[in-house]
Structures are given as C-alpha cells and as structure tokens.
Ligand binder design. Sequence first.
Ligand SMILES: Cc1cc2nc3c(=O)[nH]c(=O)nc-3n(C[C@H](O)[C@H](O)[C@H](O)COP(=O)(O)OP(=O)(O)OC[C@H]3O[C@@H](n4cnc5c(N)ncnc54)[C@H](O)[C@@H]3O)c2cc1C
Length: 431
Amino acid sequence: MNADLYDVGIIGGGPAGSTAAALLARANRRVIVFEREKFPRFHIGESLLPFSMKAFTRLGLHEKFRRAGFLKKFGGEIFGACSEPGTKFYFKDGFRSQTDHAYQVTRSDFDKLLLDHARESGAEVHEEVAVDRVEFLNEHVDLAVRRNGSVENVRARYLIDASGRNSVLGTKFGIKKSYDHLQKLSIFAHYDGVWRAEGIDGTLTLLIRGIDRWFWLIPLTTERTSIGVVLDSDTFKKSKLSAEDFLEQSLAEQPIIAKRMTSAQRGSEVYTAADFSYRSTKLHGDRWLLAGDAAGFIDPIFSSGVFLAVFSGEQCADALDEVLDHPERARKLFRRYERAVNRAMDIYLRFVNAWYTKEFVEIFLTPRNVLGVAPAVNAVLGGNVGNSFGIRWRMWVFYFLVWLQKHFGIVPRRTLVPNKEELPTRVGVAS
Ligand SMILES: Cc1cc2nc3c(=O)[nH]c(=O)nc-3n(C[C@H](O)[C@H](O)[C@H](O)COP(=O)(O)OP(=O)(O)OC[C@H]3O[C@@H](n4cnc5c(N)ncnc54)[C@H](O)[C@@H]3O)c2cc1C
C-alpha cells in the first residue's frame, strides 16, 4: 500500500464498492478498495434488474458478462400459492422500456468479475484486508486496516462505505435503523434439475406468494436454480425445525414448487439471512458517503438490492469525481446524492409494504391494462426509479386499485393457501 494520500478509500468490494471504484479509477482518480474476504465468495442476491444495464454499458461489462455465460433474464412471473397460472411480465413491455433483459447471476462469479474489473480499470484492490477503524479529520480520513493480524494506516480524502449489511459507518455513528414491520427471515439453497419452461419463460424469476410466506425460484445456469423462502422469524422459531428441514417441508407443501422439483437435488448447503430491512438516517457526512446495502436495504422481494448498489455506487462516484475538483460543491452534491438514493429506496419501500398485503397480490394476479398501469408497474419492477410523471401518476392509480380491492373487492379474492390435492408424490431435495 502506498503511504500517500488517496483520493477515495472504499470499504467493501461488492457491487456498490466495485462500481464506484471502477468509475472513479476510469476518471483517473486514485482509489483504494478494501475487501475483507477473498473472492469468489458466496453471496445471495442473484436476480438483477434491467435498469442496471446502462451502468453496465458505461462500465464496459457486457462482453465480460457474455464470456462468463450469465443467463439473460427477460422478466418475472408472480403466483398466488393457491393457483396456477401466475401473471407473467416481460421487461420489453415496461413503460418506455429501453432493454428487454437483465441477468440472473451466480453472485460469487459476478462479484469477482466486477471487483477484477475495478482492478483492471486502475483501482488498487486489497482482498482479505478488513477496515477496522475510521477516523475523520478536517482534510482527510484515516483508515486502520487489518491484514493477516497486523494493522496498517491508510489516508484518503474521501471515504465510501460500501461494506454491505456490516455497515461500518452506520454502526460507528449509530444511524442504522431497522424496519420493525419487515423483520423477516430467509432460508435458501441452490438446486439442480428443477423443471423450467422452454425459451425465455425459462429465464423468468418466479415469485410465489403464500399466506404467511413467499418463495423465489431464480434460474442461475442451465442446470442450477436458486430457491428460497421468506417469512416472519417467529413462524420459523415456533416450528422448532432446523433450517434444512423447514426449507424442505415448505417447498414440499407448495404444489407450484413441488411439481417443478420432482427430479431436483440440492447442490449447496442451506443458508439463512435474518432481519434484513433497514436504512441509515444519514447517507453522507463531510467526507463520507454510504452506498449499496451500507446505505439501506428494503426486503429482497423485488430484487432491488444489486440495482440499488450499482445505482448508488455510480451516483456517488460521479458526485465525488466533481467534488475532488470542486470541494466547495461537496455539501450540495452530497445532499443531492442522499435525496436520489432515499427516493429510490422510498419507491421500493412503498412497493414492498404493498406486497405484504393480500390485496396487492389479488390485483397483480388479475391484470387489466387500465390506463397503462401494467407497463408502469413493470417499469418500476425493472428498476425505473426516475421522476417520470407518466410512471408516477400510473403508480398512484395502481395503489388506488389496491385500496379499492381492500375495501370493495373489485377482483376475485384469493386464499393464497396451497391446494394439497395438487401435490406430486415425490419432491427431490436431498443433497
Ligand atoms: C435473502 C436475500 C435475497 C436477496 N435477493 C436479491 C436478488 O434477487 N436480487 C438483488 O439484486 N438483490 C438481492 N438481495 C440483496 C443483495 O444481496 C444486496 O443488496 C447486494 O449484495 C448489495 O451489494 P453491496 O455491494 O452493497 O454489498 P455486499 O454485496 O454485501 O458487499 C459488501 C462487501 O463489503 C465487505 N466488507 C464488509 N465489512 C468490511 C470491512 N470492515 N472491511 C472490508 N470489507 C468489508 C464484505 O465482505 C462484502 O464483500 C437479497 C438479499 C437477501 C438478504
């Protein structure tokens, strides 16, 4: 490590950190990234959104994605646990859609590709080096970093905290606030041999909404599928089952999933993640910015995590690039950054809150393209968090329909309870 002053120090080499690092390095800034793990490492968050594609183009990543063989994803399908078929949506049909696809990725490969790309773009990347302590001084930031048990000091003019859920600065300043009503638990694993549809329908993310839980099925490669369940932590605790047994039982009880898994084998360990929805009350200070999950994370349902990580990584790189030449603009640009990221998270928070009501799913499962509402919802699902009036008023109409459904039942009610008679006799979930 060089003893001089870096322009920007970055904690964390996930999608937020590596996006910011690559862009700043490409702007000829001296950037240093500290990542405590050695990549590739397992990470959840495998379904990407089309509104990240522009950033990937800017970063020059598409050819690398093609070589890595990441699966193109053309949309999604949402089911009520009580019945098939679900409601499909294709990104090409989104309001003023600019691309028809995103990707489904194995995160260990994706994150390594992004971090290597940041390195190749000129960022100094240190893996297996953890940032232990951060001190802010008038003119710079001092970082105490630990490598193989010994501590070194590094100095940078500005700091991006992209440390994910570990949230180094959020913890230091006590500004990380949980969403109590979204304290969920997720149990998930990778499976081989899960049935999927032919053609582009085989690339869709499937979401199945039960009464007290929901499931995802994300095709990762031609063979492998990521499958997970999300529910209230208390429901899992009351079951007194192990995570493995709970997952196996939950999948076996859902005909829509069980039918697809009659020849499936588990190909990974079973993972859990808990209490994942929170936000920091401040996203910047005089010399720091929070990006990605370090800024906040709002429930995995709409696969917004990597999109928000890349979006915020890009936005804070642009803000810092300008601030490095014009430090007097820092206050204004950092505030603008905070507003943009909070606005994007607010859009998802409202959407996520609605998802956990039954009316939302009932409206979603009975699509009628009134006033172009469906393409607007589709665009938001694809990551369109812009300020377009065309989308905003249609989303108001959508939420109004959800409200009408709650009070007047404008479309058929759903039980969201699986029909046991449709269960197959065998579910192959052994490892
Ligand atoms: C159950 C679940 C399902 C999800 N599904 C999806 C999905 O389908 N699609 C989607 O887009 N998102 C999904 N997400 C969200 C997604 O995982 C995250 O939003 C995304 O990984 C955020 O990227 P990031 O770069 O901010 O953080 P991360 O990817 O977590 O990267 C942060 C990095 O910082 C490093 N780090 C931490 N502390 C330090 C330190 N002190 N020093 C040095 N390095 C440090 C960590 O090792 C890590 O590599 C899901 C999340 C959950 C919980």
